[in-house]
Design a protein around this ligand. Structure first.
Ligand code: ZN
Length: 349
């Protein structure tokens, strides 16, 4: 893998946020700051034939992120009012978060995959109380004690901002061409990180907008959700296969820095998940009859497990569940089918 976003990587090492950068004539990356370890989201700005701008992703829905996006657009001689359309790689708050403000300020359309449009509707159309209860029930179903599930899921008030997220004006399926004049970007459906995750392949310039499907440093979180995919990790591994053919271009990810060597990165990501699956299978063998909640505590994480709580613990447990479901699809573990299922290694002949 060859890093091409040197300024982005240097900023990362200095614990800073990089500057706006011109990637190609008429194409810029605008880093939009966000809290947490990822530090920023890459919004991409495309100059359109006949005037106006297109966006790939927008940033977290917060006032300082909004100011950073506005300042980024001003710095390249444009403004939010010039935006004609927003392509959303996926429904997560750091990518779709500001789309509703962009649409309000410009009248731009917002486009995403139908599966993420449905996922988003589950956040915007339900009361924060109902969405909290659904997450608590899901965690209890993975073996969490109810008190821990409630503590991790947080209060309904923390979900209030989810209801503002932009519902799409347009839907994009795999292979559809994005309506950005002067560019030929095709949507590539890459389910896994979310059920409706889209990458965008530029057929002329050898660019690949990867969203969170491929990141150069970290492995994207692949986890189960209430009402989500039955086997998201299997989908994700298929989606890695699906993008291998775009191997020669420059990869423009949703976080971190640009790189070349897409096929090498997909190999590393596959190998990572196979190692993780082997570790989990060993844990199931050592602790038969365990829930995903129990098993997560037996895996190695980037910090001691006892420090995990709240959303970090939810990510870890639902990621463990995603790996368990793939082991089950492969016939390596079996669930007992109880209301809170426990898992045991399959007896292989
Ligand atoms: Zn993201």
């Amino acid at each position: 893998m060859e890093v091409t976003g040197h300024a982005q990587q240097a900023a990362w090492r200095e614990r800073a946020v990089p500057a706006v950068e011109r990637v190609r004539p008429g194409l810029w990356s605008v880093p939009v700051p966000m809290g947490g370890p990822l530090r920023w989201v890459n919004a991409y700005v495309l100059e359109l034939a006949g005037g106006g701008l297109g966006l790939v992703d927008t940033g977290w829905d917060a006032d300082d992120s909004w100011e950073a996006l506005r300042a980024g657009l001003a710095g390249i001689g444009g403004g939010v009012a010039d935006v004609r359309g927003v392509l959303v790689t996926h429904m997560h708050l750091d990518h779709v978060g500001l789309a509703h403000r962009v649409r309000e300020a410009s009248g731009a359309w917002v486009a995403m995959h139908p599966a993420d449009a449905r996922g988003l509707a589950a956040l915007t159309d339900r009361s924060p109380e109902a969405s909290t209860e659904s997450e608590v029930a899901f965690l209890v179903g993975l073996g969490a004690p109810e008190d821990d599930a409630r503590a991790d899921a947080g209060t309904p008030a923390q979900r209030e901002q989810w209801r503002r997220l932009a519902r799409p004006d347009r839907l994009l399926e795999d292979g559809d061409r994005a309506d950005l004049p002067g560019w030929s970007l095709r949507a590539v459906h890459t389910p896994g990180h979310t059920a409706g995750h889209l990458c965008f392949a530029d057929e002329d310039g050898g660019l690949f907008f990867a969203g969170d499907h491929l990141l150069p440093r970290i492995t994207p979180n692949i986890s189960t959700h209430p009402g989500g995919d039955a086997d998201p990790l299997r989908d994700y591994l298929h989606s890695l296969d699906a993008v291998d053919g775009y191997g020669t271009g420059e990869v423009l990810p949703g976080h971190e820095w640009r790189f070349r060597g897409l096929a090498e990165r997909t190999r590393e990501l596959r190998a990572h998940h196979e190692r993780r699956l082997a570790e989990l299978l060993a844990a199931v063998r050592a602790h038969p009859g365990s829930t995903p909640w129990d098993l997560a505590a037996h895996l190695t994480w980037s910090r001691p497990w006892s420090q995990y709580a709240r959303r970090m613990r939810i990510f870890a447990v639902t990621e463990t569940d995603a790996h368990l479901r793939l082991l089950a699809s492969r016939g390596l573990v079996v669930g007992d089918g109880a209301a809170v299922p426990t898992w045991t290694a399959a007896h292989l002949r």
